[in-house]
Design a protein around this ligand. Structure first.
Ligand code: 4AD
Ligand code: MG
Length: 433
C-alpha cells in the first residue's frame, strides 16, 4: 500500500507517520553523506533529508540529478524539527522526480528588473513573497463576502458586456453580432441600482475595465471592484457603511494574515489604527488645505494623486473627501441641496500615500435632473432609457460605492505598485502572460 499523500500544511497532524509529499524543489545541498532538499507545495515548505547509508543507490543518485523547480514526490517519516525551514522534516526513503526543471530557470536568487519579472509572471508567482500577497488578497476577498453576508446583502453578478454606459474614462469595445459595439463594463453600479430597487441591499464583485492611458502605480486596465448599493441610504449612511467595511477588511487581514504580512515586511502599526470613524473633509476645505501646502489644484478640478497624498499626510487613518464639484464627477451623483454646484459624494483616501481606494455617492433620484445631467455630459440618452426607468417607476433615495480590490490589497500589503496585487496584471503595455 502506498503511504498517504499530504499537503505540507497538514503535516503537523502526521508527525511520526510515513507519508508522501509532492512539490517543487527550492534549495538543494549535500555533504556527500547527507543530502537536503527544501520542497515547496504552495501550502508551506518542508525539508527532505536523505542519508546515503539509509537509501538505495538509485534514490541517492536521483538526488544528484535534482535541480531547483523540479517537481518531486518524497516519501518518509515526518518529523517535527524547529531548525528545519518550515518546522518539519521528512526522513526520505524514496524520492521520485516527476518533472525535471532545466538549469535555465529564469528567476534566480538575485535582483531582477520589474519588467523581467512581469514577463515571467507565470513563474514569479511561485516566490514566497508572491504567495504572501495572494494569501492576503484571498483573505480580503473572503472578508468582503462575509461582511456583506452578515449584514443581509444579496450578491448580484452584473454583466461584463454592456452597451455604452458607465464612468467617463475609456471604454474597451468589441463587435457584438448585429447589435453594434459591446463595451467591457467599467462599473456594475448602474445594474446594481436596478438590483437595489428589487432586492434592497446588494453588492457586486467582479472585474471592471478601463481603457485609460495611465501608467501610474495605481492604475490597471482590468481590476476587480466591489460595489454595494443600498436602497434608502443617503450619503451619510453611505460613508458609515464604508468606514465599517474598510475597518472590517483591515482588521481581518491583521488577525488572520500575520505570517504573510511578516513575509511582506509590512509595518502594521498604522493599519491597526484603521477603525471607524474616519475624518470627513469637505472638498472646499480640502482645496484650502492644498493651497496652503503649495498645490496648484483649483476649486472645480478633481484631486490628483499628489493632492490626495498631501491630504492624507495629516492622518493615520483613511479620510473621506466629500461633496466634490459636479463637473469633476460622474453624471449620476445627486446634486447637493445645500450647494448645487456640488454633488453628494465621497472619495475614501487610504493613508501612507495610497490615495483613493473608494469612490461613492448618493445617486440622483430626480428624473428631470438626471436627464439634464445626461444631456450636459453629452451621453447617449438611448443607452440610459432603462436606467431612467428606475427614477420613473417608484424613485427612491439610494447610495453606493466602489472599492478597488487591487488598490486595497496594495495598501494592506504595503506594495510599492498595484501590479503585484494582481496575479496576471493588465496594463497599457502588458497583455502577456
Ligand atoms: O471612483 P470610481 O471610478 O467609481 C466607480 O466606478 C463607481 N461606479 C463606484 C460606485 O459608486 N459604485 O472607481 C471606484 C474605485 C476607485 O476608488 C479605485 O479604488 C478603483 O475603483 N479604480 C481602479 N483601480 C485600479 N485601476 C484603475 N484604473 C482604477 N480605476 C478605479
Ligand atoms: Mg473615483
Amino acid at each position: 500500500m502506498n503511504p498517504p499523500a499530504f499537503r505540507i500544511s497538514e503535516l503537523h497532524d502526521h508527525v511520526g507517520a510515513v507519508a508522501t509529499v509532492r512539490g517543487w524543489v527550492t534549495h538543494i545541498r549535500s555533504s556527500g553523506k547527507v543530502a537536503f532538499a527544501v520542497i515547496r507545495d504552495g501550502t508551506g515548505i518542508l525539508q527532505a533529508v536523505l542519508v546515503k547509508a539509509q537509501v538505495t543507490p538509485e534514490v541517492w543518485s536521483r538526488f544528484a540529478e535534482l535541480t531547483t523547480e523540479s517537481s518531486v514526490s518524497v516519501t518518509g517519516e515526518v518529523k517535527a524539527d524547529a531548525r528545519a525551514p518550515g518546522g518539519y522534516e521528512i526522513a526520505a526513503t524514496d524520492l521520485t522526480i516527476i518533472g525535471a526543471s532545466p538549469l535555465d530557470y529564469p528567476i534566480q536568487p538575485k535582483e531582477h528588473g520589474i519588467d523581467f519579472l512581469l514577463d515571467k509572471r507565470h513563474l514569479w508567482l511561485r516566490s514566497n513573497r508572491q504567495r504572501a500577497i495572494f494569501v492576503v488578497r484571498n483573505e480580503i476577498e473572503q472578508s468582503i463576502h462575509d461582511f456583506f453576508y452578515e449584514r443581509g446583502f444579496l450578491r448580484v453578478d452584473t454583466p461584463i458586456l454592456t452597451a455604452a454606459i458607465g464612468e467617463r474614462s475609456g471604454l474597451f469595445a468589441t463587435e457584438y453580432f448585429d447589435e453594434g459595439n459591446a463595451y467591457l463594463a467599467q462599473t456594475g453600479q448602474l445594474y446594481g441600482e436596478a438590483a437595489a430597487a428589487a432586492f434592497g441591499k446588494i453588492y457586486t464583485f467582479g472585474p471592471t475595465f478601463r481603457a485609460e492611458k495611465s501608467k501610474t502605480r495605481r492604475h490597471l486596465t482590468e481590476f476587480w471592484m466591489i460595489e454595494p448599493e443600498v436602497a434608502w441610504n443617503d450619503s451619510a449612511d453611505n460613508m458609515r457603511l464604508q468606514e465599517d467595511f474598510v475597518a472590517y477588511i483591515v482588521q481581518r487581514a491583521l488577525a488572520r494574515c500575520s505570517d504573510a504580512l511578516k513575509v511582506l515586511e509590512r509595518d502594521t502599526t498604522k493599519l491597526q489604527q484603521v477603525k471607524a470613524p474616519f475624518a470627513r473633509i469637505d472638498y472646499s476645505e480640502a482645496i484650502t488645505i492644498l493651497e496652503k501646502k503649495g498645490s496648484t489644484t483649483k476649486w472645480g478640478e478633481d484631486l490628483g494623486a499628489e493632492d490626495e497624498a498631501l491630504i492624507v499626510a495629516d492622518h493615520d487613518k483613511p479620510v473621506f473627501v466629500v461633496n466634490y464639484p459636479k463637473a469633476a464627477k460622474a453624471f449620476y451623483m445627486k446634486e447637493n441641496p445645500a450647494d448645487p454646484r456640488t454633488v453628494l459624494c465621497d472619495d475614501c483616501l487610504a493613508p501612507e500615500g495610497y490615495g483613493e481606494i473608494i469612490g461613492g455617492s448618493q445617486r440622483e433620484d430626480d428624473y428631470d435632473k438626471l436627464v439634464r445631467r445626461i444631456e450636459e455630459e453629452r451621453l447617449p440618452m438611448d443607452a440610459y432609457d432603462w436606467y431612467l426607468d428606475l427614477r420613473k417607476y417608484g424613485t427612491f433615495t439610494h447610495a453606493g460605492f466602489g472599492l478597488g480590490l487591487e488598490r486595497t490589497v496594495a495598501w494592506i500589503c504595503g506594495l510599492p505598485h498595484i501590479r503585484e496585487a494582481s496575479a496576471f496584471p493588465r496594463m497599457m503595455t502588458r497583455l502577456r502572460p
